[in-house]
Design a protein around this ligand. Structure first.
Ligand SMILES: [Zn+2]
Length: 369
């Protein structure tokens, strides 16, 4: 009689993609497949011959990089005040595009990611991702149009493009990314949100990233105001409120919306995000490099806001490996929350199904930290 060797894989946190991440959990593995999951003691009783293998900090379904800008992968890394980042991107705009997106996608695949959310700035990058990506994901077409007088014309153009791309969806879905509450005028934000909701298109919006963004929206002053004037970007009217409240008033929040960064968020806003089912994608290393502060993880946990993790672009992040974001926060938050954010949180932020590690799952679905 031939017996397959059984290994019991264990780690500080084991997460199957459903239920609660386990502190002393394990996966029983035989012949390249998961054959059981549960507390380590339970699996040791079920598989007495099983050899316990320690896999490090965490085991979970393949990680999701829920926010990046692949087309910026050739940019030099910027570290410094937030207000310097937009000029940095503009100064290197010749490096932005398809070649960067190709290299970025390669890096993403090599990092072992299971899915991705990408902000797409150029049409050719959308075409490339729809046709060539080996990974599932959502390519969010970016809209930057702060002038309210352009709202209708921009909306018509965006809708035309998105309708054409959606006919070619396969592994990669098409989403929409109104850049931010300061990068898109109020009437256009409202229009894009209505359209996305009616058509079931996922939204991703940079929001509540820096203190400069809050000062600009509330009072129309500060470094961001100066920047938008300097680059001729703005007949923008500040709404006189915070980013999250502004987005809520325009109907942008909801279960198919993911906000990126969510650093400048107060308690009432965290409750609002939870009530509306809005997801938040955290990019902690980018936040550190742009000196914008730290996202209120404890507040999100208390209100049950679904959080995901993303690297942001190579312009503000040293690499595209999203697992490094979890490691960066490992001692600052409940590791179970971080492991959930790496996998289920990411899939949910993108509206994709979460793979489950259960009887019959191939081991190449298992990621580790
Ligand atoms: Zn971003």
């Amino acid at each position: 009689m031939f017996w397959l060797r059984t290994e019991l894989w264990t780690a500080e946190v084991v997460y199957t993609g459903f239920g609660t991440p386990m502190r002393r959990g394990a996966l029983a593995v035989q012949g390249g497949r998961v054959v059981g999951q549960g507390p380590l003691e339970e699996l040791q009783a079920r598989f007495p011959q099983g050899e316990v293998v320690h896999k490090g900090k965490a085991l979970f379904p393949k990680a999701v990089n829920a926010h990046t800008h692949l087309d910026l992968s050739l940019l030099p890394l910027y570290r410094g005040p937030f207000a310097g980042f937009i000029p940095h991107v503009l100064a290197h705009r010749a490096l932005r595009g398809l070649e960067g997106a190709k290299q970025g996608l390669d890096e993403l695949v090599r990092s072992g990611a299971g899915a991705f959310g990408d902000i797409v700035f150029k049409d050719e990058v959308m075409d490339f991702l729809l046709l060539e990506s080996p990974l599932p994901g959502v390519a969010f077409y970016e809209v930057f149009a702060p002038n309210p007088l352009e709202a209708e014309a921009v909306f018509a153009e965006v809708r035309r493009k998105v309708e054409a791309w959606r006919k070619r969806e396969g592994r990669v879905k098409v989403g929409l990314s109104p850049h931010s509450p300061y990068g898109v005028s109020a009437p256009l934000l409202r229009r894009l949100a209505e359209y996305a909701r009616a058509e079931g298109i996922p939204l991703m919006v940079h929001a509540a990233e820096s203190p400069e963004e809050v000062a600009f929206l509330k009072e129309g002053r500060g470094a961001l105001a100066e920047l938008l004037t300097r680059f001729g970007l703005g007949a923008f009217t500040p709404p006189g409120t915070t980013p999250i409240r502004h987005l809520h008033a325009l109907g942008v929040l909801g279960p198919t919306t993911a906000l990126v960064h969510g650093v400048q968020v107060d308690e009432e806003e965290a409750a609002l995000l939870a009530q509306t089912g809005t997801k938040v994608v955290l990019c902690p290393r980018s936040n550190r490099n742009l000196e914008v502060g730290e996202a209120p993880l404890a507040l999100y946990a208390r209100y049950g806001v679904e959080v995901a993790l993303g690297t942001d672009s190579r312009g503000s992040s040293p690499d595209l490996n999203v697992k490094n974001e979890a490691l960066f926060l490992w001692d600052k938050a409940d590791p179970r929350l971080l492991v959930r954010a790496l996998s289920r949180g990411g899939y949910r932020a993108l509206g994709l199904p979460t793979p489950r590690l259960t009887r019959g799952s191939p081991v190449d679905l298992v990621d580790s930290l």
